[in-house]
Design a protein around this ligand. Structure first.
Ligand SMILES: Cc1ncc(COP(=O)(O)O)c(C=O)c1O
Length: 266
């Protein structure tokens, strides 16, 4: 309600309408109101404060991270909660123009949810190891890898690369498993070889499940567990087609996006 009360004078001041989504918690328990009558009260508060406009309902099914063909039970539950919410909105005389939900893990199944009019996958832009592990993409669909060089094979059964937590993030596998043995990424072309441990600048590849033995100096590409973190850890993305570098993209959303007066460049 506070956000609505703050946005209304700003919209009036700018003489511009602002479309407002009311977020429902449909199982993730992060943000969004869990009670539909609270969501209806928020939507009414929006309608009472033109030029704010009630745009619709949003939810994020971030709790659905099972393999794609095992999501049925959770999606059914989600459908039940969504249907109930939409019925209650209808009875309250509020018609959402948009019902926004969806994620990369549910990418192939969101259309099964009746009532959803838009969905918001994000990770799918690059995909990652978690996405491949649950079958929401193939290894070949993983478009972002971290280029690393093997710097040591001194310890039998492992190879050390020059990419550690500063390059890969320390992200666990999400959904598919959260075991430390799952590692922090895997090698493109050798998905059985995982980064089993890391320090800041070093990643240790566990070669035990593989007959592949890289040499010092060999360049490998690591598919990170969670690509979103990796993008923001790097200043630029080098875009390649085959073996050719096509261009470089600066990462505009690097860091946390605020300017510290006297410290950051505006
Ligand atoms: C609210 C919201 N919508 C959409 C997304 C995109 O989800 P995904 O990266 O799983 O596709 C996220 C990701 O964190 C999110 O927080």
């Amino acid at each position: 309600l506070r956000a609505i009360e703050d946005a209304a004078p700003a919209a009036r001041h700018a003489d511009r309408p602002i479309g407002v989504y009311v977020e429902l918690d449909l199982g993730m328990h992060r943000v969004g109101v869990p009670r539909v009558d609270d969501a209806i009260a928020l939507a009414r508060a929006v309608c009472e404060r033109p030029p704010l406009e009630f745009e619709g309902i949003a939810f994020y099914p971030g709790h659905v991270r099972e393999p794609v063909d095992a999501q049925g039970a959770k999606l059914e539950q989600l459908q039940g909660s969504l249907r109930d919410a939409l019925d209650q909105f209808e009875r309250a005389g509020l018609r959402p123009r948009a019902v926004s939900g969806g994620s990369t893990p549910t990418l192939w199944r969101t259309h099964e949810l009746q009532g959803v009019t838009e969905f918001r996958p994000g990770t799918y832009v690059y995909n990652d190891r978690t996405t491949a592990a649950i079958g929401a993409c193939q290894w070949d669909d993983c478009a972002l890898t971290v280029l690393a060089t093997v710097v040591s094979t001194a310890v039998p059964g492992q190879a050390v690369v020059d990419a550690g937590s500063k390059a890969l993030g320390r992200e666990p596998m999400r959904g598919g498993g959260t075991d430390a043995a799952d590692g922090f990424g895997c090698v493109l072309g050798h998905p059985e070889v995982v980064v089993k441990s890391m320090s800041e600048e070093h990643g240790v590849l566990d070669l035990s499940p593989s007959s592949w033995r890289p040499s010092v100096g060999e360049i490998v590409r690591i598919i990170p567990n969670h690509v979103c973190i990796v993008v923001h850890l790097n200043d630029a993305i080098v875009v390649v087609r085959g073996d050719e570098v096509e261009t470089t993209w600066p990462v505009a959303a690097r860091g946390r996006g605020y300017v510290v007066p006297g410290v950051s460049a505006p």
